[in-house]
Design a protein around this ligand. Structure first.
Ligand code: COA
Length: 333
């Protein structure tokens, strides 16, 4: 269990990442993993988590415990000749150990404008900045000494040909000038490498800014999320500013019954309040709540999938409440 935050609506929600689930080979097929997941959920709830995310190798185990698809992790690749940027307006410098807090602040600011990126703990940062088998470089873009973004990458020996591939591990820009400068830092490596690859979302600016649509998708995987505590999840996240709306849920959660029953969500001034009661017109399992909450699926799709039941009259408010950027992450575990 990996505690961290996950950004929704401009606020970090308390999350527990789940990794490395396994049952010893001699004990498989006896219901141990489902019992383990249920025990993990009870412990997370006790420790104050709002949600939990994971990367499944098999879905039924996690669906049975209430996780559902809630966003993507997307790997792209492009020929370096198609990734040409020449904007050197900002200064750049290599980052060192003393820059840890700066990188954290920049990542939090950029992530707060997305859905699904993690609020990283030192454990996550260590995996981003360098690994034992892959030394990486971090370059910071600055305006008059003030940091506005950074990029982390590694040169890897190419599987074919004699040149390298550039693997972009993290691309974080908080201003348009920083985006252009950091794209140029990456582009400036192109004499050495045939291809550039990285993580992001099919709808991010790295797919928008190159001149031609030559980005290839290497892989898009869907991560799963579980609402651990309905009240915390609704109240910790941010909501669309300027929207005043409410929605009456009737939630079914057989693993954590404290979530079950009727909840009224009220949203005003970007903050949510969840209280017991209401008409319960939007009937949803805790599993269906994850893709709705993250903005991965709207209520219309979830109704078609059989994960939500609601009268048509309630859908406009639900659509408006959960509208937001397409959820993705760059941290797999
Ligand atoms: C997947 C795993 C954790 C299941 O553990 P288990 O204690 O044997 O669990 P159970 O036999 O009670 O099965 C629970 C559910 O897991 C899923 N599952 C079990 N074995 C599976 C397999 N070989 N392939 C895919 N799914 C499997 C099934 O959906 C099963 O539910 P069902 O029987 O109702 O369909 C275990 O097979 C394992 O350790 N596998 C190797 C590691 C791994 O893949 N971990 C998951 C990482 S995300």
């Amino acid at each position: 269990m990996l505690p961290c935050g996950v950004w929704f609506g401009g606020r970090a929600v308390s999350n527990v990442g789940i990794a490395c689930v396994a049952t010893a080979p001699e004990d498989r097929g006896k219901g141990i993993a489902p019992a383990l997941m249920a025990a993990c959920l009870r412990e997370m709830a006790r420790r104050g988590a709002a949600v939990s995310t994971l990367f499944p190798t098999t879905q039924p185990l996690y669906r049975g415990a209430g996780w559902e698809q809630a966003g993507v992790i997307h790997t792209w690749k492009i020929a370096s000749r198609d990734f040409v940027f020449r904007d050197r307006a900002l200064e750049v410098r290599l980052a060192g150990k003393r820059d840890a807090a700066t990188l954290g602040k920049l990542h939090d600011l950029a992530a707060s404008r997305t859905s699904g990126l993690l609020q990283r703990t030192p454990w996550f940062w260590k995996r981003v900045l360098s690994t034992e088998d892959e030394p990486r470089e971090t370059h910071i873009a600055l305006r008059g000494g003030r940091p506005e973004g950074f990029v982390v990458f590694a040169l890897r020996e190419a599987q074919v040909g004699h040149r390298f591939e550039l693997g972009v591990r993290d691309f974080v820009a908080t201003t348009p000038a920083a985006a252009q400068r950091l794209l140029t830092v990456v582009s400036d490596q192109r004499s050495m490498c045939e291809f550039i690859s990285g993580f992001g979302s099919p709808s991010d600016l790295l797919h928008l800014l190159p001149g031609e649509q030559r980005m290839e998708t290497v892989r898009t995987k869907r991560w799963m999320m579980r609402i651990v505590d309905v009240k915390r999840a609704f109240e910790q996240r941010g909501w669309p500013a300027g929207l005043e709306a409410e929605a009456d849920f009737d939630i079914d959660d057989s693993v954590l019954p404290a979530n079950s029953g009727k909840w009224r969500l009220r949203v005003k001034n970007g903050r949510g309040h969840a209280g017991r009661g209401g008409a319960g017109r939007i009937r949803i399992s805790v599993r269906g709540l994850s893709p709705l909450y993250s903005g991965f699926m709207g209520p219309d799709e979830l109704r078609l999938a059989g994960l939500l039941e609601a009268p048509d009259a309630d859908l406009p408010a639900v659509r408006a409440l959960f509208a937001g950027p397409s959820p993705y992450t760059t941290d797999g575990f």
